[in-house]
Design a protein around this ligand. Structure first.
Ligand code: BES
Ligand code: MN
Ligand code: ZN
Length: 489
């Protein structure tokens, strides 16, 4: 989708979008359009139930008296809600309404401050994503037509300049959605690592460790998960240096299980196809690095993703196996389906050991239990740091990628103690997301750390305000904003 900004004048073709305040008469260009169409706009409003309530739309096709293809009225609701997410969702609503309308181009009149114009533009762009590369027989008449949106505002120049960075963040979101949508016969640990190398074009330093190197480092936890797969497990390290050389980096770590069958502790069949997006944490971290590098963020960042496939096979690890992690801590594998924490244990230990980051934030589709707790609205956030927690919660409210803090406590930690090894990889039936987080905490080496359990938010079975059914890109805008607001010099 092409997005541009232009100054306010009555468009002559394509679709025109007017934002209409609730129960308020038309003003500006909308009033002019109403006059030019001999009151058709007002009449349409009167005979329909369009009040201007937030998110309401009314589509007037081929209005006589004007040369434009259609006029779309979009409700703004009342003036009390001034949140940023409102404008982004409004922009998204415009794309969703016009995507397959037949119109190729739309002009949105935003006669308000630049922040609103930017939000509308961002939403329009984010909602335009579609993963349709494997649909070869879709009829032309069903395909989207809308290819460009012009936001008409009083400061088009300023808006275009400011929008450039947001467009780079959208690139990151789209890359994450691509990775999440890609099936596991295409995206495996090796092809995933190959894909990440494309970030080098943006100035990201990409390093790939294979099984030989990981064996030397003693990464028995990560390697155990991948040992039943025909693909080689990979650890990919991305570095973006946008600040002074001696600036301590911040770090992100992602779970990248390209397919999670459960291993020998095999998952039930129904719904198992969803486990293609068990690499969502890694996918988000890659999209985030693309966003940060794309907009040349003034920060040093290290990101590590552990890429493995969890398969049952004659070489797969068994329940009862004991593995030794890079940290030296041993783990009894009681359930091969609790594999994400094993991958993260080594990826996190490696990240803090080699890079001494200021803090570590891991992202993982770690537990089904977080969906029981929080559904699909908030990601679960686990941390001992009130400061990081507040910063992330704030970035969550601004971007709409919401997080909700969950507890950590020594009493939960006890639940993974084990007589056979230093710990077991499951905690029992209670508090599944928390015991998983407690497990990870044992691999932080006391570096300030946040765990985001994104199992409920990376994929959506229904259309959402900012994305169609499928990969959401959750976390990219959250963490980009978190970095921009708190860690750029
Ligand atoms: N990848 C799953 C978690 C998951 C489940 C993500 C559903 C998205 C949707 C993870 O590896 C897993 O299997 N977790 C187990 C842990 C259990 C064996 C302790 C779970 O949540 O059931
Ligand atoms: Mn699993
Ligand atoms: Zn998993």
């Amino acid at each position: 989708m092409q997005i541009n900004f232009a100054s306010i004048e009555m468009p002559e073709n394509g679709a025109v979008v007017f934002l209409v305040e609730k129960d308020t008469p038309f003003s500006g260009l909308a009033a002019e359009a109403d006059a030019a169409t001999s009151g058709a706009l007002g009449k349409a409003r009167g005979v329909s139930r369009f009040t201007g309530a937030s998110g309401q739309t009314l589509d007037l096709v081929a209005p006589s008296g004007l040369s434009v293809e259609r006029i779309l009225l979009v409700g703004l609701g009342d003036q009390t809600d001034k949140s940023e997410t409102k404008w982004v969702e409004l922009g998204a609503k415009i794309t969703a309404s016009l995507a397959s309308s037949g119109s190729k181009q739309a002009s949105v009149i935003v006669d308000a401050d630049s922040a609103i114009a930017l939000g509308v533009a961002e939403g329009a762009l984010l909602r335009s994503y579609r993963f349709d590369k494997y649909r070869t027989k879709e009829p032309e008449t069903k395909k989207p037509t809308l290819a460009s949106v012009s936001v008409l505002t009083s400061r088009p120049q300023e808006c275009s300049e400011m929008f450039a960075a947001r467009a780079r963040v959208a690139d990151g979101v789209f890359h994450t959605r691509d990775l999440i949508s890609e099936p596991a016969n295409i995206l495996n640990p090796e092809s995933f690592a190959e894909d990440i190398k494309s970030l080098a074009a943006l100035g990201v330093d990409v390093e790939v460790l294979g099984e030989t190197e990981m064996k030397k480092l003693g990464m028995g936890a990560l390697l155990g998960v991948g040992q039943g797969s025909a693909f080689e497990s990979q650890l990919v390290i991305m570095r973006w240096n946008g600040a002074a050389k001696d600036d301590q980096p911040i770090s992100f770590v992602g779970k990248g299980v390209t397919f999670d069958t459960g291993g020998i502790s095999l998952k039930p069949g129904p719904g198992m196809e969803q486990m293609k997006w068990d690499m969502g944490g890694a996918g988000t971290v890659v999209g985030l690095m693309k966003a940060l590098a794309g907009r040349k963020a003034k920060v040093n960042v290290v990101a590590t993703v552990g890429l493995v496939e969890n398969m049952p096979s004659s070489t797969a690890q068994r329940p009862g196996d004991v593995v030794t992690s890079m940290s030296g801590q041993t783990i009894e594998i009681l359930n091969t389906d609790a594999e994400g924490r094993l991958v993260l244990a080594d990826a996190m230990w490696y990240t803090q050991d080699r890079f001494k980051p200021r803090f570590m934030i891991d992202l993982a589709t770690l537990t089904g239990a977080i969906i029981t707790s929080l559904g699909h609205e908030h990601a679960g956030m686990f941390t001992d740091s009130d400061e990081l927690s507040r910063q992330l919660a704030d970035a969550g409210s601004s971007t709409g990628d919401k997080v909700w803090r969950m507890p950590l406590h020594a009493n939960y930690d006890k639940l993974i103690d084990c007589p056979t090894a230093d710990m077991k990889n499951i905690g029992g039936s209670a508090a599944g997301s928390i015991t998983a987080a407690q497990f990870l905490k044992r691999y932080t080496n006391d570096v300030p750390w946040v765990h985001l359990d994104i199992a409920g938010t990376v994929w959506s079975e229904k259309d959402l305000p900012l994305s169609e059914k499928g990969g959401t890109g959750f976390g990219v805008r959250l963490l980009d904003r978190f970095v921009a607001d708190n860690y750029e010099s």
